[in-house]
Design a binder for this molecule. Structure first.
Ligand code: AMP
Length: 351
């Protein structure tokens, strides 16, 4: 067990790091954020910040000296410095999880290997690959960049094979074609796995996206999701066990007539778990901190009969939440609102 008072290093300076730092502080840990960004909202709640590139070896050596354990709050950090850190101090989740989650092809192959079912997919490296893939998979389909996609960025919907050349040009590099899934609902499975291999699971939220960005996560989920939660959770646990995973793991699914279809995983705390701060006995952030520090994991039960998290995106209004019974407002301290930018969230708990 890592003693309270120890320092947790966090790679990444966004809102997930900000909320991790708050949870760490509650348990008496210090946090040290390493991020290159000009604006690091995680640094507003962390104990210290190093603003630098992840590849600077002098900085990394200082970071090793300052920290007792390292975690990351976004999955697009280059794996090379993370592996370098992992040779020198504990890094959770292990870089192997990052490698799988960063690359849609590695991720889908891995998930199939452990018995999961992603959408039909094909690797696309040139326009001819795309035509062949569309002939096999059919339209509509979605072309996604293999790496560095998030919140629907780097994705093009293809309705007709005639759109293939333009779609390939828009993506402009290694990609994966996915068959379009006609789902009834989207949901996510969040689990936390401790250093001792014991895992806890949260109830699955029903996630609604608009313009490929999460808008709301609602619990309890409707029966269509509840019926598929067991199978999806079993897959998430197999993924975590296979990777020797420590921390919170999020897996997103489509609920379909034929059962859960795996969409993607995030080797970190997740937006669809923000409701757990007030809506669960132990939040995803606290359980992540507990897991990476070797503490027993906390109860994940719901605190209310109904819980909903609503993202505040761009200029979304939040003022009325201040006086609304049962509403909990979180603002991320970002200087400038832009369309599509996550500025905060509101969680409503009905007891
Ligand atoms: P992603 O960034 O891959 O999670 O995609 C963002 C959103 O786009 C998802 O949450 C879905 O709403 C939608 N989407 C992604 N892939 C598919 C698919 N294969 N079929 C249908 N909808 C999808």
């Amino acid at each position: 067990m890592l003693k309270p008072g120890s320092t947790i290093g966090i790679l990444g300076g966004g809102q997930l790091g900000r909320m991790l730092a708050v949870a760490a502080a509650q348990l008496g840990y210090r946090t040290h954020v390493l991020a290159p960004d000009e604006e690091s909202v995680a640094a507003q709640t962390a104990s210290s910040l190093t603003r630098a590139d992840y590849h600077n070896k002098v900085v990394l050596a200082d970071f090793v000296a300052a920290c007792d354990v390292v975690t990351y709050e976004f999955e697009n950090v280059d794996v090379t410095p993370v592996e370098w850190l992992a040779e020198r101090l504990p890094v959770h989740p292990a870089p192997a999880a990052l490698r799988v989650a960063q690359d849609r092809i590695a991720e889908k192959s891995f998930v199939e290997k452990v018995g999961g079912r992603p959408a039909p997919w094909a690797e696309v490296n040139c326009a001819a690959d795309l035509t062949a893939a569309l002939e096999r998979i059919g339209c509509p389909a979605i072309l996604k960049t293999t790496r560095f996609g998030y919140d629907g960025k780097g994705q093009v919907l293809i309705r007709d094979i005639a759109e293939a050349p333009a779609a390939f040009e828009a993506i402009g590099g290694p990609a994966v074609l996915e068959g379009f899934i006609h789902f009834s609902h989207e949901f996510s499975i969040l689990i936390a796995r401790g250093l001792d291999g014991r895992a806890v699971r949260y109830d699955p939220p029903h996630n609604v996206h608009r313009d490929a960005i999460l808008r709301t996560s609602t619990l309890p989920a409707p029966p269509e999701i509840a019926a598929q939660a067991e199978e999806a959770t079993a897959l998430a646990i197999r993924i975590a066990e296979e990777l020797g995973y420590v921390g919170v793991l999020a897996c997103e699914f489509f609920a379909t007539e034929n059962g859960p279809v795996f969409n993607e995983m995030a080797p970190r705390v997740h937006n669809s778990g923000h409701w757990t701060i007030e809506g669960a006995e132990t939040s995803q952030f606290e359980n992540h901190i507990r897991a990476i520090c070797g503490l027993p994991l906390g109860d994940t039960s719901l605190t209310g009969a109904h819980v909903q998290m609503e993202n505040l995106i761009g200029d979304d209004a939040w003022e009325s939440a201040l006086t609304e019974k049962g509403a909990h407002l979180h603002l991320y301290g970002k200087g400038e609102s832009r369309p599509g930018r996550k500025m905060g969230h509101i969680t409503r708990v009905v007891r």
